[in-house]
Write a protein that binds this ligand. Structure first.
Ligand SMILES: *[C@@H]1O[C@H](CO)[C@@H](O)[C@H](O)[C@H]1NC(C)=O
Ligand SMILES: *[C@@H]1O[C@H](CO)[C@@H](O)[C@H](O)[C@H]1NC(C)=O
Ligand SMILES: *[C@@H]1O[C@H](CO)[C@@H](O)[C@H](O)[C@H]1NC(C)=O
Length: 201
């Protein structure tokens, strides 16, 4: 009987410690180890937290967004392109970033003004990019996944992370909205978006 009670108590403690919510410092910490090969390819933006309200409002206008990481040319630098679909138009931009562990800086940008990293997420096919605009005292916290829509508990973790950073509640993108077509080798300019829309309609 005694053992049964002890065992039950122990089980209880183990499961309680498993479900205990992570402290803020753990929730928003940078990832321990960044796997560049896992980063490669296209990710759909699921949600974003933005500290500056006018930016958050503008962010909510977008239909969809993606980031596409190219294979790394070294273990300290990588390029990615992002697309944003807004008002049925696609905007593309490419970035070269320099990595230092899970932190990164944008090439050609004043390092003291922007401080970024890939942050912790317990979602297995997600990445979180945390971009801090130091001089403007603003920050962006973006959740991307290989899926368009995540489980509720995965979204709860993201909301908790955004709350830990003292930002307004994140905006969740509509998973039914179309993504921008991937950029071709010729670049998106070779494929005017209007043409694509015409074909679709
Ligand atoms: C890409 O990154 C991985 C992991 O850091 C590294 O092992 C590999 O050598 C890198 N590739 C190139 C071409 O540098
Ligand atoms: C990224 O780096 C490549 C190779 O060095 C360069 O050709 C390209 O212009 C750079 N792109 C940007 C957006 O800085
Ligand atoms: C970086 O911040 C400094 C002030 O800290 C500012 O003067 C400068 O214009 C900023 N640079 C960029 C590229 O925003």
């Amino acid at each position: 009987m005694f053992f049964a009670v002890c065992a039950t108590a122990l089980l209880f403690m183990v499961s309680a410690s498993h479900s205990a919510p992570l402290a803020c410092e753990d929730l928003v910490r940078p990832v321990d180890q960044l796997d560049l090969r896992q980063l490669e390819g296209r990710w759909a933006m699921v949600a974003g937290g933005l500290s500056y309200l006018p930016n958050l409002e503008r962010f909510k206008q977008r239909d969809s967004a993606t980031v596409n990481f190219l294979s790394n040319t070294s273990d300290t630098s990588i390029s990615y392109s992002r697309s944003i679909r807004l008002d049925n138009k696609c905007q593309y931009h490419s970035y070269n970033i320099s990595l230092e562990g899970s932190s990164f800086t944008y090439d050609g940008t004043d390092k003291s003004n922007v401080s970024s990293n890939f942050a912790h997420t317990s979602c297995r096919d997600c990445i979180v990019m945390h971009i801090k605009l130091v001089s403007k005292k603003q920050q962006h916290f973006y959740l991307f996944s290989r899926r368009r829509q995540l489980e509720e508990k995965e979204m709860e973790e993201f909301r908790a992370q955004v709350e830990c950073l003292n930002m307004p509640p994140p905006a969740v993108l509509d998973p039914t909205k179309e993504l921008c077509p991937e950029e071709t080798a010729d670049g998106p300019a070779a494929q005017p978006e209007e043409k694509i829309e015409e074909q679709r309609n």
